[in-house]
Design a protein around this ligand. Structure first.
Ligand code: TXA
Ligand code: MG
Length: 366
């Protein structure tokens, strides 16, 4: 399939005024005509297409180089759009929507047959839906007048884009449009959950934490088996998860910088010593090295690139910076990277999940 084309870019900072109005109308028009348009959400940038239009959805897969068995999230602007694409759902789902929509929570719900393209659901009988909490995303979807299928707007396998420049770097010439609305807030993709037998199962951790889900729905919350390995104190070898992940996308290499990354967990001083020794040996051997750490310890490292995610005490901010940092290592030509693990609590669960993926599950506990 031919993917080279001209990518139209609209820049919007305030989001108001006639220029923004016209840009939204143009971008929405492209979506309605079967085009592919990247747009900001509060989590990361998405690459959108009309969810009912199979040819349009195929363009999204082609632009990203995404495996076709990995289903897409459908984005809606209001609850009336939801009823058109899903079958009746239960009380737990309703409570979660009321508490977290618009926001970074994706619900896997029973799909209404024929409502979205089978390419969106990858042939499953469920559909993943979310209502993003970003004014530009909501206006664009409302103006398009159709549910919008949108995976993260990166080339498959690369870190998700938290800024328009990231989208441009990965996809310029491969998509029809890009709405540049500045940096994304959360910086990590939405939490994906399914509801099974009165329980919530987290398929992908994100901005909405298990604790927050439990509070809102008043039921048990469990982590999909594939997520448990990095949390297991025994981990050390390739995250030995048993069973296939229930969220098809979680089985692929993801979020990876070009350099080889290792995630190091343990008592901070032991972690620092381990990284220092490994890094020094690699640097002596002629490698360009990188360390991903926190402000508290950044001064202690001598690598070619020492990047910090901010203070260890503020993991929300760390999540916000992660993908930018991974892309920065690429920009600096770093070949080997050591990243410090964080406590897998609250947003730290999502951060550890993405770090482990970016490290291709190379996890060391010292
Ligand atoms: O924050 C986000 O969710 C961003 C923004 C753009 O909204 N989108 C995003 O989409 O991260 P994507 O395609 O990169 O990730 C979608 C995830 C994948 O892990 C996929 O396997 C899972 O959702 N998923 C989609 N449909 C599913 C389904 N029916 N059942 C289980 N998992 C599903
Ligand atoms: Mg993605």
């Amino acid at each position: 399939m031919k993917v080279e084309r001209e990518t139209k870019v609209w820049t919007m900072r305030e989001g108001d005024g006639p220029a923004a109005e016209k840009a939204i109308a143009e971008a929405a028009g492209l979506l309605r005509q079967g085009g592919t348009v990247a747009f900001p959400t509060e989590t990361v940038y998405g690459l959108g297409a009309d969810a009912a239009n199979t040819a349009a959805v195929e363009r999204v897969f082609a632009a990203k180089g995404r495996p076709s068995d990995n289903p897409l999230i459908v984005h809606i602007a209001d609850r009336s759009q939801l009823e058109g694409i899903v079958l009746p759902y239960g009380e737990i789902a309703r409570k979660l929507m009321e508490r977290f929509w618009p926001g970074p929570l994706t619900l896997v719900l029973p799909a209404r047959p024929g409502a979205v393209s089978p390419r969106v659901t990858a042939g499953l009988d469920t559909v993943a839906v979310r209502m993003p909490a970003h004014p530009i995303a909501l206006r664009l979807i409302a103006a398009a007048g159709c549910p919008v299928a949108a995976p993260s707007a990166n080339r498959s396998g690369r870190p998700s884009p938290t800024r328009a420049e990231h989208v441009r770097g990965d996809l310029a010439g491969r998509i029809d449009g890009l709405v540049d609305g500045g940096a994304a807030d959360v910086g990590l993709e939405s939490t994906v959950v399914e509801i099974d037998d009165g329980r919530i199962r987290v398929l992908r951790p994100g901005g909405v934490t298990p604790e927050a889900l439990r509070q809102a729905a008043g039921c048990e919350v469990e982590l999909d088996e594939s997520l448990r390995a990095p949390l297991d104190p025994q981990f050390g070898e390739a995250g030995a998860a048993s069973g296939a992940p229930r969220s098809p996308g979680m089985k692929y290499a993801h979020y990876a910088p070009r350099g080889e990354m290792v995630l190091v967990a343990g008592e901070p001083e032991a972690v620092r010593r381990y990284i220092e020794a490994q890094e020094a040996a690699a640097r002596l051997a002629g490698c360009r090295t990188g360390v991903l750490t926190y402000d508290e310890r950044a001064a202690g490292f001598r690598a070619d690139a020492v990047l910090t995610l901010g203070s260890e005490a503020r993991l929300e901010a760390a999540a916000h910076r992660l993908y930018d940092a991974l892309r920065e290592f690429d920009r600096l030509g770093v070949e080997r990277i050591w990243a410090e693990a964080c406590a897998p609590c609250g947003i730290g669960l999502a951060l550890m999940n993405r770090l482990a993926k970016a490290a291709g599950n190379r996890l060391v506990r010292v």
